[in-house]
Design a protein around this ligand. Structure first.
Ligand SMILES: CC(C)(COP(=O)(O)OP(=O)(O)OC[C@H]1O[C@@H](n2cnc3c(N)ncnc32)[C@H](O)[C@@H]1OP(=O)(O)O)[C@@H](O)C(=O)NCCC(=O)NCCS
Length: 163
């Protein structure tokens, strides 16, 4: 099945499918009760931004043989003074549960890793909930990522989290 999947950069038309994927994952009751267009509108704006500012942001989608998005990832190329270089911050990695285990997640992260290599950035970074199956199954570790033992992850919320 995985050879039927392809990775490409996201287009505006993928916004509805990406919104559907988030709803299928079901991490947020609030999001799942909103009209689809309310979920997909900000996604379309982010896709359009990734196209107009392609130096700063990349969104990849995994698509099936009909070019329908089954998964996506979103990476931001962040300039770091301390590193004297760039860090790729992967903010989202989501695959539709209906396409789970077909290799889409691996292909998406591999695409990000290859782009980081081409861009000659210092490193990639992401957060992964320790209770999530992806963490428990070592999704990132198996692809060579290192969990940082000495780094705490802090956030400062302006709005209530989705979930
Ligand atoms: C994690 C996730 C992106 C994996 O995508 P996928 O396309 O199913 O992954 P692949 O088919 O490439 O499988 C590779 C690895 O993903 C993990 N994986 C596979 N199915 C999974 C599932 N249902 N749930 C969690 N992790 C899964 C496993 O580690 C698997 O390796 P293994 O088969 O050797 O155990 C996907 O399950 C998902 O979107 N989960 C919900 C959102 C999430 O947790 N995102 C990542 C953290 S931000």
């Amino acid at each position: 099945m995985s050879n039927m999947l392809k990775i490409r950069k996201a287009k505006s038309k993928d916004a509805d499918a990406m919104a559907e994927i988030l709803r299928e994952i079901g991490w947020s009751e609030k999001r799942n009760s909103m009209p689809l267009e309310h979920v997909s509108k900000p996604i379309k704006e982010l896709i359009d931004r990734s196209i107009s500012d392609s130096d700063g942001h990349t969104i990849y989608v995994a698509v099936d043989e009909n070019d329908n998005a089954l998964g996506f990832t979103n990476v931001h190329w962040v300039p770091f003074v301390m590193l004297g270089s760039y860090e790729g911050y992967v903010s989202d990695v989501f695959v539709s549960p209906s396409a789970s285990g077909m290799g889409a997640g691996t292909m998406l992260i591999e695409a990000v890793m290859e782009e980081g290599k081409q861009r000659d950035v210092y490193r990639l970074m992401l957060t992964n909930g320790k209770e999530k199956p992806s963490y428990k199954r070592g999704f990132y570790k198996k692809m060579g990522w290192t969990e940082r033992p000495k780094v705490a992850n802090f956030v400062y919320y302006y709005k209530e989290p989705w979930s």
